[in-house]
Ligand binder design. Structure first.
Ligand code: GLN
Length: 245
């Protein structure tokens, strides 16, 4: 089996080690003997991407400045990305890039960053940032139920789609709803950095399995020994749960 992974703008959108998501996916495939073909795409690169042959798209987060730097380039791929998502393509977008799949992102200084307008979702930034470690209970039915990460965003995001999870500790989409992320078909948008996938191996495997299911007749992955990854996950989950009491 093989997976074609499109790593988008990781030279610009890679705050708090989001590139770790790509490393985690690649390693977990390698350990299972699944071949990974990686294509890395940067701003200004000639776009001859063939989304029909892409099995997973990974996009990280970044400051407003970095978001503005990729936005024109990203917008050129709007229709390809929308088709890809509608055709059940697997896509993980973190924080700044998650925001850009919506209709609008207004930054704190009132500037708007052009967005893809794929989802009916709006993000409005405030001066006070939502920062810290975050613990959510995932809505995807993954075990363990918890997902851990780190968030740092001025943006407050509002939408009515399914969420990735409910916030136990931290903020998530905004400072009111106790909801985190957006889940639509195989699109996952989330505020969780960390990097997110290395300490949430169950989430990484969810993405790998869904990507493989789109091209092979399989319904499960070969289990890996995740003792170390789950120790990292549990350490943070327990610490945050204690802080809640
Ligand atoms: N610029 C966005 C915000 O502050 C995203 C930040 C990030 O990706 N961590 O809301």
């Amino acid at each position: 089996m093989e997976l074609n992974i499109l790593d988008m703008y990781s030279d610009t959108l890679n705050i708090y080690g989001d590139i770790g998501n790509l490393i985690s996916i690649k390693k977990r495939c390698e350990w299972r003997g699944i071949e990974v073909n990686q294509e890395s795409f940067s701003v200004g690169q000639e776009n001859n991407l063939d989304y029909e042959n892409v099995d997973m798209v990974l996009i990280g987060g970044g400051s407003d400045k970095s978001q503005a730097a990729v936005s024109n380039d990203l917008l050129k791929q709007r229709n390809d990305l929308e088709n890809y998502i509608e055709n059940d393509g697997v896509l993980l977008a973190i924080c700044g890039s998650y925001q850009m799949f919506g209709n609008k992102y207004s930054s704190f200084n009132e500037n708007s960053i052009p967005c893809l307008e794929i989802f009916d979702m709006e993000t409005i930034a405030q001066e006070e940032r939502l920062t810290g470690n975050i613990l959510i209970e995932n809505s995807l039915g993954l075990r363990p139920r918890t997902l851990v990460g780190f968030e740092n965003h001025g943006g407050r995001t509002y939408h009515k789609y399914d969420v990735l999870g409910n916030v136990e500790v931290g903020y998530g989409n905004n400072d009111e709803s106790k909801e985190e992320g957006l889940s639509y078909k195989n699109f996952i948008g989330t505020y969780l950095h960390g990097a997110f996938l290395p300490k949430n191996p169950h989430m990484a495997d969810h993405l790998i399995l869904n990507a493989l299911k789109n091209k092979y007749d399989i319904d499960s992955l070969e289990p890996l020994n995740d003792d170390i990854e789950l120790q990292a996950h549990d350490f943070m989950a327990n610490k945050l749960l204690k802080s809640k009491k």
